[in-house]
Design a protein. Structure first.
Length: 486
């Protein structure tokens, strides 16, 4: 057929050429050329129409008649849910676009459909134009008439394809869930909870079911509990502290949250003991300012002004910042108890200052500032060897402002010790140390006026009185006896 058409085409051209400047069956040469031109135009439009129709068919097949269902992703895939849970759903459809996303819960013969998300079609060949959505449903099973027990959570997504009788492609995600509306039960096992302001205590208790979070709240401070090895399933202990500067707490209670989000809070018998405060006078001399302030001004160029002005900025702003930094290092602890027995002090040393001392600073006979001492000070010979107070893991070594060269050791379950003003540090972060191992030498780095060791202890970032931890009887009566619990 193509060969025939080629012969006809060449013959027609021959006739035109042979009859140019003459007539051929009454047709002029120009007329014949016009006919040939029109045929070419017609052929072009026929081919163009075929291409357009083919492209439209491809487009229609790829977008409007495509057969790929949407993709459903569940950010949190719950297995156990409580009275209120959030379902986060991501849906994608790269071709015709998302048409509907629906959520339903099935329990026995009962099906509850939640309000679906519906996206309107732009036109039949463009779909919805919505190719990705992130949706959330706040689901309260009890308000939907469901009860505790097994149920099916179902997410259904359809696209804007014209397939399946214009109903589009459909994807279904399903997960069997447990609706749990019963909160855990807490049974307190420890007996004596006499806790001093600025001191520590421990409570032990049993929880009736697995939990995702549990511990003790002291007002707005949370002290996590740790499951006791060998204590049986659900037996927890929480080491807690009463902040020295916070006054008497208004609320102290245990909280446990199960996997379904059900929460229970319960108090426990306790007695808050007061702490006597000691006031100490510290005289700031020009010699001290000339010795100590230049180093701080190099390290912290934001502190400017006279030496006295720089001291006040350091004693107020930097002290607070340094305490917060130390607290931050003491928020994440290993779950095992690493320490054993009473904590050591600096050997052959004199006790120079106590925890919680209210220090009044005087310059040239006038009071210029006030601060609280959040540890104990011990003085021996210059560059005395400093032992680890108990077994643990080193979590920090380095310089911390007014505390100078410092070491922080994690003793497990939220208990930490701090060693400051060191001249030399002989260990590295991450090392495991035993009680009595030498970790450094005393010095006068930071804001120290003379060679000594500043020793501190913290529970989950809260400074506590170290003197309690030097006393075997206190440890036995307030910590170990309560760990034993039942």
């Amino acid at each position: 057929m193509l060969a025939f058409w080629g012969v006809r085409k060449h013959a027609f051209r021959f006739v035109i050429a042979a009859t140019c400047n003459s007539t051929f069956f009454g047709l002029s040469c120009d007329h014949l050329r016009h006919v040939e031109h029109m045929k070419r135009i017609i052929r072009f439009f026929i081919i163009f129409a075929v291409v357009v129709m083919a492209a439209a068919g491809v487009y229609l097949g790829y977008f409007s008649l495509e057969s790929t269902p949407p993709v459903i992703r569940i950010e949190t895939s719950p297995e156990t849910v409580g009275r209120d849970f959030l379902l986060a759903v991501d849906v994608e459809d790269s071709r015709s676009g998302i048409r509907t996303v629906a959520v339903s819960l099935v329990q026995g013969e009962k099906t509850v459909d939640l309000e679906p998300e519906v996206y309107q079609m732009i036109d039949w060949w463009s779909g919805t134009g919505v190719h990705q959505v992130s949706l959330q449903w706040d689901i309260r099973p009890m308000e939907l008439g469901l009860s505790g027990g097994e149920a099916m959570l179902r997410v259904t997504a359809t696209d804007a394809s014209l397939k399946n009788g214009f109903r589009g492609n459909r994807r279904v995600w399903e997960r069997e869930i447990i609706i749990d509306i019963t909160p855990p039960v807490i049974a307190v096992k420890s007996l004596v909870h006499n806790i001093r302001i600025g001191g520590a205590g421990l409570v032990s208790y049993r929880v009736s079911e697995p939990v995702v979070k549990t511990g003790v709240w002291v007002d707005d401070l949370f002290f996590p509990a740790y499951e006791k090895k060998g204590g049986g399933e659900g037996f927890y202990t929480s080491l807690l502290a009463l902040p020295y500067l916070g006054g008497k707490p208004e609320r102290i209670f245990i909280e446990a949250i199960d996997r379904a989000g059900n929460s229970v809070k319960t108090g426990f018998p306790h007695r808050v003991l007061p702490r006597a405060r000691k006031v100490d006078r510290i005289n700031i001399s020009d010699g001290f300012l000339k010795r100590k302030m230049p180093d701080f001004m190099v390290r912290y160029p934001e502190f400017t002004g006279s030496l006295k002005a720089v001291f006040l900025q350091i004693n107020r702003e930097l002290r607070q910042k340094n305490n917060e930094e130390i607290s931050g290092y003491c928020k994440k602890s290993v779950s095992e108890i690493l320490w054993e027995g009473r904590f050591l002090t600096l050997p052959r040393s004199a006790f120079m200052a106590g925890f919680g001392d209210e220090r009044h600073y005087f310059y040239k006979g006038r009071k210029i500032d006030k601060a609280y001492h959040m540890g104990t000070d011990h003085a021996s010979v210059a560059h005395a060897k400093v032992p680890a107070a108990n077994t643990g893991t080193v979590v920090f070594t380095g310089y911390i402002g007014i505390y100078g060269n410092s070491v922080i050791i994690d003793h497990g379950q939220g208990l930490f010790s701090l060693y400051s003003h060191l001249n030399d540090i002989m260990i590295s972060s991450g090392e495991h140390v035993k009680k009595g191992d030498i970790i450094g030498l005393t010095g006068m780095t930071g804001l120290a006026g003379g060679d000594h060791l500043h020793f501190g202890m913290l529970i989950n970032g809260v400074f506590v009185d170290p003197r309690e931890w030097w006393d075997n009887k206190w440890i036995q009566d307030h910590i170990l006896a309560n760990i034993g619990g039942e």
